[in-house]
Write a protein that binds this ligand. Structure first.
Ligand code: HEM
Length: 351
């Protein structure tokens, strides 16, 4: 930004760069990532962007932060895979998650950030296995420094929900227009595992007592999604409001020019990793999909499109050919034509 606009002060460079980064994050989250989480039906519920709506409250809801979005805790891999440039394990090997807590020095001494990034896009996320939704690195060894007692992320989530006075699981199902079960058998469509339903019955007695984070997490994922119907509904509700109630939403026509928006829409998370890793040269064509599901499995960074930032150059010789400059020039030409013809007709009248 500074190279393109040497006359900008530090604040302008910062705010323009920040605006682009925020837009890229919104684009990647909503266009590339979200369908993998809420599924195609969830995307349909989200609907297309229809423009800014000042009547929509875009803040984060209690249930989203304290329960629904914590679905992510069931995806965390107990092992941080660390891969070299040929996608083989680095000499130091993979890392159990608890050994990564409080150890940023490992990034410096054990091969930089690239091995971790490659591990994230080239190995699978954890499956939601019946019997273990959160791995034991999180439930037995969370943030344990030497000789200290560990925390348990599942307990923290349950306790935090009560702490925040969240309504129970069935209340949220009602809000989402889903059936409201009176006993655990009535949940068998959305929780097919009888083992899970029996355990819930033993722990909670009645579905109305189930904590929302627990009930939501234990539902079977909806087709093509990573969450069940209740969390799908709660995530869609939040993501819709975050988009439609955001005056600075990247697709709001007043935020970027058409040319700038087209550049932002070129960006992928793969591109971001290529540009920001230490020396990443190859990524998967879509970093949200496993290599074995793609053909080719890997591509050079040079093959990924990027945002051409020259469009952000303040008008000068460099952008004479840009659409904005052309539009401005033709507008000025039009105005001077009109003034000229008015002047001519005035002269004619005088004569
Ligand atoms: C190694 C990975 C992760 C660890 C160790 C971790 C740990 C934690 C901890 C300790 C808390 C605070 C719990 C409390 O006291 O209430 C928390 C909160 C939270 N986590 Fe995670 N988490 C991880 C990954 C994720 C992922 C992948 C997601 C979602 C995709 C997620 C979503 C959340 C949310 C929404 C909160 C509440 C934030 C707030 O309202 O302040 N976390 N996490």
């Amino acid at each position: 930004m500074r190279e393109l606009n040497p006359h900008w002060d530090g604040d302008t460079v910062f705010h323009e760069a920040r605006k682009i980064v925020g837009a890229e994050m919104q684009h990647i989250t909503y266009t590339h990532w979200m369908e993998h989480i809420i599924g195609r039906k969830g995307m349909k519920l989200l609907g297309e962007y229809q423009g800014y709506d000042a009547a929509i409250e875009p803040t984060i809801s209690n249930v989203f932060a304290t329960a629904a979005y914590r679905f992510g805790h069931s995806l965390i891999n107990p092992i941080l895979h660390r891969l070299n440039a040929t996608f083989q394990p680095i000499a130091e090997g993979h890392l159990p998650l608890h050994k990564a807590f409080f150890s940023p020095w490992r990034i410096v001494q054990e091969g930089g950030i690239d091995p971790l990034l490659r591990g994230l896009f080239a190995t699978p996320a954890k499956l939601k296995m019946p019997g273990q939704f959160l791995n034991t690195e999180l439930t037995e060894k969370l943030f344990r420094a030497a000789h200290e007692v560990a925390l348990d992320l599942a307990s923290l989530n349950v306790q935090r929900g009560r702490d925040h006075a969240l309504r129970g699981y069935t209340e949220w199902r009602k809000l989402c227009n889903l059936s409201v079960p009176e006993n655990f058998d009535e949940l068998s469509n959305d929780m097919t595992s009888s083992q899970i339903r029996d355990k819930l019955k033993q722990l909670y007695g009645h579905p109305g007592n189930v904590d929302i984070w627990v009930g939501g997490l234990l539902e079977d994922p909806v087709d093509g999604a990573r969450v069940g119907p209740t969390f799908q509904c709660l995530l869609v509700e939040q993501f819709k409001r975050l988009r439609d109630g955001d005056r600075f939403w990247y697709e709001n026509p007043s935020v970027f020019t058409r040319e700038q928006l087209a550049q932002i829409k070129q960006v992928t998370l793969g591109r971001v990793l290529c540009d920001n890793g230490d020396a990443i040269t190859d990524v998967t064509p879509d970093v949200f999909i496993l290599p074995r599901e793609q053909d080719p499995a890997f591509i050079p960074c040079d093959d990924l499109p990027y945002a051409n930032l020259r469009i952000w150059t303040d008008c000068c010789t460099d952008c004479r050919n840009s659409g904005n400059f052309r539009r401005l020039s033709s507008l000025l030409a039009f105005v001077s034509d009109v003034r000229l013809s008015l002047l001519t007709s005035k002269i004619e009248i005088i004569l």
